[in-house]
Design a protein around this ligand. Structure first.
Ligand SMILES: [Mg+2]
Length: 189
């Protein structure tokens, strides 16, 4: 049985982080306003300490997230043919002592929404390169750059949508725009 590593944020779940930023700033920021990977880069430097405290000690971002369409159904189907591992990063060096607060929220969300995945296979680490899996699905390119996986699927997200297919091809990465694309590639028998 081949193993699949599946990322959580912006792969299984979407939004959430931007909603928390908007709640904190009392604004209506959209993805068009976000220049980088990190949604909270939009928070002014002067307000960042307050924001991080708000995010890590007063907020469960998973109360705000939505499910990427069909993610749950496709993952459930994948578990019949593959060993599915959910791997989610949590380290934040701007708030390193308490960034671990987010892990129980991730764990609870996965337990509730992905009962088809064995909780033994929830892995919380930012060092995804150490995960031995033939197939990896992630929205962050650097998480797919390893010498281990054979099939690397990049889930389209606001921060990666402008990367050309040619550029991805150089890295042996295939873009998937949604979970139906994932099913098309991994569940065709
Ligand atoms: Mg992600």
């Amino acid at each position: 049985m081949k193993r699949i590593m599946i990322d959580m944020d912006d792969t299984i779940t979407i939004d959430g982080y931007i909603d928390v930023v908007n709640k904190f700033l009392k604004k209506n920021i959209t993805y068009e306003d976000i220049p980088n990977y990190w949604v909270d880069d939009i928070v002014p430097e002067s307000q960042l300490p307050k924001y991080l405290k708000f995010f890590y000690t007063k907020t469960n971002v998973y109360d705000y997230v939505k499910i990427n369409e069909n993610a749950i159904e496709v993952i459930e189907e994948l578990t019949k043919y593959y060993e599915v591992i959910i791997c989610s990063a949590y380290t934040d060096y701007r708030y390193i002592e308490n960034c671990v607060n987010i892990v129980p929220y991730k764990h609870k969300w996965l337990l509730k929404h992905l009962p088809s995945v064995n909780p033994d296979n929830f892995i919380f680490t930012s060092n995804k390169k150490c995960i031995q899996a033939e197939i990896k699905i992630d929205d962050k390119i650097s998480n797919l750059e390893d010498n281990i996986s054979e099939v690397k699927l990049l889930m389209t997200a606001y921060h990666n949508k402008n990367i050309s297919d040619e550029k991805l091809k150089e890295k042996n990465i295939i873009r998937v725009n949604n979970w139906n694309d994932v099913a098309e590639i991994l569940l065709k028998h």
